[in-house]
Ligand binder design. Structure first.
Ligand code: NAP
Length: 305
């Protein structure tokens, strides 16, 4: 029987691990489908307090991991397949049921795709959501980024290191991104914004690789084609709640609902980070929620004794 299981090893999960370990709760931390979470797919993080010169995303995560281990957190590779609330709670991890008194769900969010026909088959064939992972494969060729948020601007900027040209395809004529990120992207001579446009189809060559996109003008409905070797989709994220759906309360977009502090509708189950936060979604706010969830879990365990 575990005291506390933490689901996820992004900023929220690792911070919860540091705090629960320091509270002598001997936490078991489940790495999840993407160990380290979204920061592992970013480059420089410039807004995490304490790093005036920026910090590499994977490096920041690695440091948090070391810090959690130093205080006694135990890590296990695995994904929660099923969840049974109760006393104790039970989670099925890679076919094995594990019991725990408290549970902190910090399973994060995954990149959203457009849902266009044939999309999933093209992932890895000129379609991706991770510029840091795949950008270097597209040297001296034109590529495009879909989206108008901070992610899209960040990815577009990163891709200019490799690509001959980066089209930034956005469905409106104003970026959603923060002023500093938007300004930087629009000032980059290699980035060309394509306003009021959505991708209506992916175009492929005989080998099944992306060769371009068909665009639809969101104002006029006019269709056009754009030749690119890779499409980087950066249109937001979906919360990772599959194992908890129908048991833990969610909002209309599927994010876990926190009832008081980080508590969920099930006593002893807490939620932290991007799986519950569709408003702030920053590394630092996820870390803050991880800390809060650890303290909430610790107090709940003490009161339940
Ligand atoms: P986001 O802010 O939700 O932006 C998603 C973008 O995709 C929006 O511009 C949206 O258009 C567009 N979009 C959504 N669905 C679409 C669809 N079906 N077709 C075409 N376009 C679509 O997501 P994000 O950029 O991933 O950022 C998420 C959070 O992470 C934000 O809070 C952001 O500040 C943070 N973040 C921070 C940094 C940083 O500070 N270094 C870097 C990356 C992300 P509309 O604008 O029209 O809605």
């Amino acid at each position: 029987m575990e005291n506390v299981i933490i689901v996820g090893t992004g900023c929220a999960g690792l911070t919860a691990a540091i705090y629960t370990a320091r509270a002598n709760l001997n936490p078991l931390v489940l790495e999840g489908r993407m160990p380290g979470g979204q920061l592992t797919t970013t480059t420089a993080v410039e807004n995490f307090p304490g790093f005036p010169d920026g910090v590499d995303g994977p490096d920041l995560i690695q440091r948090m991991h070391q810090q959690a281990e130093k205080f006694g957190s135990r890590f296990r590779y695995g994904v929660v397949e099923e969840f049974q609330p109760g006393s104790p709670h039970r989670v099925k991890v890679d076919g094995e049921w594990v019991e725990t008194k408290a549970l902190i769900v910090a399973s994060g969010a995954s990149p959203r795709y457009t849902g266009l026909e044939g999309e999933s088959a093209l992932i890895g064939h000129g379609l991706t959501s991770c510029a840091t992972c795949d950008g270097a494969f597209y040297r001296n060729v034109p590529v495009c980024v879909v989206g108008g948020g901070d992610s899209a601007c960040e990815e577009a900027g990163f891709l200019t290191r490799f690509a001959s040209k980066v089209y930034l395809i956005h469905r409106r004529d104003e970026l959603r991104a923060s002023k500093i990120m938007a300004g930087r992207a629009l000032a980059n001579p290699k980035i060309e914004p394509v306003w009021n446009s959505v991708v209506s189809a992916y175009l492929t060559d005989d080998a099944g690789e992306v060769r371009g996109v068909r665009l639809r003008d969101t104002k006029t409905g006019a269709e056009s084609e754009l030749e690119v070797k890779c499409v980087f989709v950066a249109i937001g994220h979906e919360p990772n709640t599959a194992a908890f759906r129908g048991i833990l309360g969610t909002d209309e977009n599927g994010y876990l609902v926190q009832t008081a502090g980080t508590a969920t509708n099930i006593p002893g189950v807490f939620a932290a980070g991007d799986v519950a936060d569709h408003v702030y979604r920053q590394a630092i706010t996820a870390a803050g929620q991880g800390c809060a969830a650890a303290i909430d879990a610790e107090r709940w365990l003490a009161s339940a004794e």
